[in-house]
Design a protein around this ligand. Structure first.
Ligand code: F6P
Length: 372
């Protein structure tokens, strides 16, 4: 690793956390922009694993990212580098002799590895967790630019993240398809969508897909209100209903649905929010209700044109930032432009749906019930 002001010869790119459509487009743009400046580019496999555990990879933990390596990847979902949301290097799980797990900070070791491979700078593409690690690495002297990624769109300081539009488009189409079967069978359908602690996907897909009820983490729900809404639909002669539930939605007096609690080096795993609504609502209404969980389908597939373009802009902007001598910042969408914000600010707080937003007001004007 050279000093913060030295000339860049070689950079690395890594992708961390859950994948999102558009990651490959960021890689494509960053690689071409870097190569066009005469820089070499390495891809780190599976977050930082390729750097920390190269012995686990048959063809090495670092991939040379050449023009050929990134040709044609803009339209591909996933990430050609692989990713992980386990083994955060800031709180790396290590088993003690007595069998208990200890969390160890391995970021100093990471910095040494960047030096060893003569990597002058890093482009870290990830969500809240990855960008927090990126900030620590920047503070320890590595030149780092963060690129925000999450289908949940809950990262602060950027109007939108790539992957969100693809997830919303897919969810909207999926919910559209439920209307005819729900109507034919006079059923209520509950659709659970991703969105851990923010309801952006549920709101932005539920409204255009004409949901009757949208339950989001920002508005704890009372199922009695939802049952009233179902009754109201019945009274108006509508014999079916569509309820969209964000995976992080929770009842007024309750907690979110967790299937696996937080472990060393990884976050809690959510699940079951939709099924919980279905069970309790069946009892309250006596109606036949079915649950559909879209889950990881929202993370798959080819990115929409919007996400591809945003991701390409982010990738190129990250390289321009390095070329300008910047570090410790994240590229962000501030329409009509892409700007830079300190990583520290971007990871300070989560961006949730503002309850006074026009989208929430519009949904209420349309008669959509939030269970409150
Ligand atoms: O944060 C993005 C996200 O897609 C969440 O909506 C979801 O809870 C989580 O990732 C699931 O991650 P995993 O890959 O561990 O199942």
């Amino acid at each position: 690793m050279s000093s913060n002001s030295g000339k860049i010869k070689k950079i690395a790119i890594c992708t961390g956390g859950g994948d999102a459509p558009g990651l490959n487009a960021v890689i494509h743009a960053a690689v071409l922009s870097a190569i066009n400046r005469g820089w070499k580019v390495l891809g780190i496999r599976d977050g930082y694993n390729g750097l920390m555990f190269p012995e686990n990879y048959v063809s090495g933990g670092l991939i040379p990212l050449t023009r050929d390596a990134v040709r044609g990847i803009t339209s591909l979902g996933g990430t050609i580098l692989g990713t992980t949301n386990k083994g955060n290097p800031m709180s790396f799980p290590v088993r003690r002799p007595d069998g208990t797990i200890e969390e160890v900070d391995r970021t100093d070791e990471l910095i040494r590895l960047f030096c060893l491979h003569e990597i002058d700078a890093l482009i870290s593409i990830g969500g809240d967790g990855s960008l927090t690690i990126a900030n620590v690495l920047a503070k320890k002297g590595l030149r780092v630019i963060g690129v925000p990624k999450t289908i949940d769109n809950d990262l602060d300081k950027t109007v939108i993240t790539f992957g969100f539009d693809t997830a919303v488009s897919y969810a909207t189409e999926a919910i559209d398809r439920l209307h005819s079967t729900a109507e034919s069978h006079q059923r209520v359908m509950v659709v659970e969508l991703m969105g851990r602690y923010a309801g952006w996907i549920a709101l932005n897909a539920g409204m255009p897909a004409s949901a009757d009820v949208i339950l989001i983490p920002e508005i704890p729900y009372d199922l009695a209100k939802v049952a009233e809404k179902i009754k109201e639909l019945e009274n108006r002669g509508k014999r079916y209903g569509i309820i969209v539930v964000a995976e992080g939605a929770k009842p007024k007096e309750g907690t979110i649905s967790v299937v696996k609690p937080k472990e060393a080096g990884r976050a809690e795993r959510l699940g079951g929010a939709g099924e919980r609504v279905t069970r309790e609502l069946e009892e309250l209404t006596g109606r036949e209700i079915r649950t559909v969980v879209l889950g990881h389908l929202l993370r798959g597939g080819s990115p929409t044109a919007f996400d591809r373009l945003l991701a390409l802009r982010f990738g190129a902007a990250a390289v321009r930032a390095l070329d300008e001598g910047q570090s410790g910042i994240m590229v962000a969408l501030a329409p009509p432009t892409v700007n830079y914000v300190p990583l520290m600010e971007a990871t300070n707080r989560m961006k949730v749906v503002p309850l006074d937003s026009d989208a929430i007001k519009t949904a209420r004007d349309l008669g959509i019930c939030f269970g409150d």
